[in-house]
Design a protein around this ligand. Structure first.
Ligand SMILES: [Zn+2]
Ligand SMILES: [Zn+2]
Length: 448
């Protein structure tokens, strides 16, 4: 039995070597994909060019695809030689909107200031490695690839319009794909995100979850100089609400990591009339679902206080955002060993908790999931000085680490995947997840 075990493990190492060699051989093409995507940034649910590019690469590798999933998503599958679990490799198609970014699309302001162009590259890098090396014939189960729309949770009015038109149900790409059943045939999920933080890789990070809110104050316009006493100032209502939200902050527990960051998207129409239509958007973020709901109730109370204070009306629309991200430790261990073999122990950091959010959180509630981070970017995320400077680090290394982990999971009758799955207790079933998310959609109007 001992001898058998040794043969098996050296076999896995040989398969990994073949996969890594092919990724190296095609490194320029793979990095070229990311660099091309950088030149046509597209924000969520509008990623038509990026999606077509990803689909073209999958097709060129001989992988059949389905497109138009959640508007722009693309999915392909590689089959192993025998039945078994399926590994899902994902990349996110969307950019941010940062009009002042030097590479921003002049018409839309879209710019890759979160490095998602590298994710599509490293996802396709995994496909290159697995296809060109021919290792799938020695693996069980299968590998699904999904280029996912809309991870950045923004343009809420636009997305609400898509929802009202029946084109999407949820405002983020992964929740929408879950609802469409596109994750039903996957058992384990990996995605590598770019980061500006050294060293080469970070693993073990957890994330806040969040809700999204759009708020509208309705007042009454009147002459701002001649007869303000006849008006009801919706901007003053919003101002009182912002102060009331700030007044909640010392009621939040440190460990709940609450983040509330409202913006005013419309502050009035003309300067000589009392503002009668003022709109806001905000997230309510927190480290646990319960903490988010608690903070959300306080935010609603504060928003109503604004309306009450000046006699305006407020409409509060709340939508599910993303769940807190939790990592599968077993899957992370497999990935970490491969990452160490690529970059060495000193180049891998253990991440802490991030106040940011991702819809990888939703996936992580349903199946074993990791989201390692790969360095190679400089500047500040979501801002004009964010730039990926090292594509080897942000695209090639992550492709190798994920492809090697696929081998660990699926070789030898998918023993690795089976053991990761045996130890995993999902936080929610898909049915509970969907009903929980659906209940979070509310629109309430308060007149006083
Ligand atoms: Zn981002
Ligand atoms: Zn991101």
């Amino acid at each position: 039995m001992q001898a058998g075990a040794t043969t098996t493990s050296s076999n896995a190492e040989q398969l990994k070597r073949r996969v890594v060699d092919e990724i190296d051989k095609h490194a320029d093409e793979i990095m070229g994909i990311s660099k091309t995507i950088l030149t046509h940034p597209e924000s969520g649910f509008k990623e038509h060019k990026t999606s077509a590019l990803a689909e073209g690469v999958l097709n060129d590798l001989g992988i059949e695809t389905r497109n138009g999933l959640a508007i722009t998503g693309v999915k392909g599958r590689l089959e192993g030689s025998s039945p078994g679990p399926s590994i899902l490799i994902m990349g996110e198609l969307d950019s941010n909107i940062v009009p002042q970014h030097p590479l921003a699309d002049p018409d839309t302001g879209a710019a890759h200031a979160c490095g998602h162009h590298c994710q599509i590259g490293n996802m396709l890098g995994v496909a290159y490695g697995l296809v060109r090396s021919g290792v799938m014939s020695e693996l069980a189960g299968g590998v699904n690839f999904i280029a996912v729309p809309a991870e950045e949770y923004l343009e809420l009015e636009y997305r609400t319009g898509l929802r009202e038109a029946g084109k999407i149900e949820f405002l983020g790409g992964k929740p929408e794909l879950i609802a469409l059943g596109e994750l039903d045939d996957s058992d384990i999920c990996m995605l590598t995100h770019a980061t500006t933080d050294p060293p080469s890789f970070t693993i073990g990070k957890t994330n806040n979850g969040m809700l999204g809110k759009t708020i509208r104050y309705v007042g009454y316009a009147s002459h701002a100089g001649g007869s303000p006493h006849l008006g009801t100032n919706a901007l003053n209502a919003a101002e009182v609400a912002l102060a009331a939200i700030h007044a909640q902050r010392d009621t939040f527990k440190d460990e709940d990591q609450i983040r509330i960051h409202p913006i005013i998207t419309r502050g009035g129409s003309v300067v000589n009339a009392v503002p009668d239509d003022v709109r806001m958007e905000t997230y309510v973020r927190g480290a646990s679902f319960e903490a988010i709901l608690d903070a959300n109730a306080k935010v609603d109370r504060a928003l109503r206080a604004g309306a009450l204070g000046v006699g305006a009306e407020v409409e509060i629309a709340t939508a599910p955002g993303y769940l807190p991200f939790r990592e599968s430790a077993d899957l992370a261990d497999l990935w970490r060993a491969n990452a160490v073999s690529l970059v060495g122990e000193d180049e891998i950091a253990e991440g802490g908790h991030s106040g940011g959010s991702t819809d990888m959180g939703d996936v992580s509630y349903l199946m074993p999931t990791i989201q390692p981070y790969a360095a190679g970017a400089t500047g500040r995320g979501h801002s004009e000085d964010y730039m990926v400077t090292d594509y080897e680090m942000a695209v090639i290394n992550p492709a190798k680490a994920m492809a090697m982990t696929v081998v660990d999971l699926l070789h030898d009758g998918a023993r690795g995947a089976t053991s990761v799955l045996e130890n995993f207790v999902p936080e929610m079933t898909k049915e509970t997840y969907l009903s929980t998310m659906r209940e979070l959609f509310t629109t309430r109007v308060y007149t006083e």
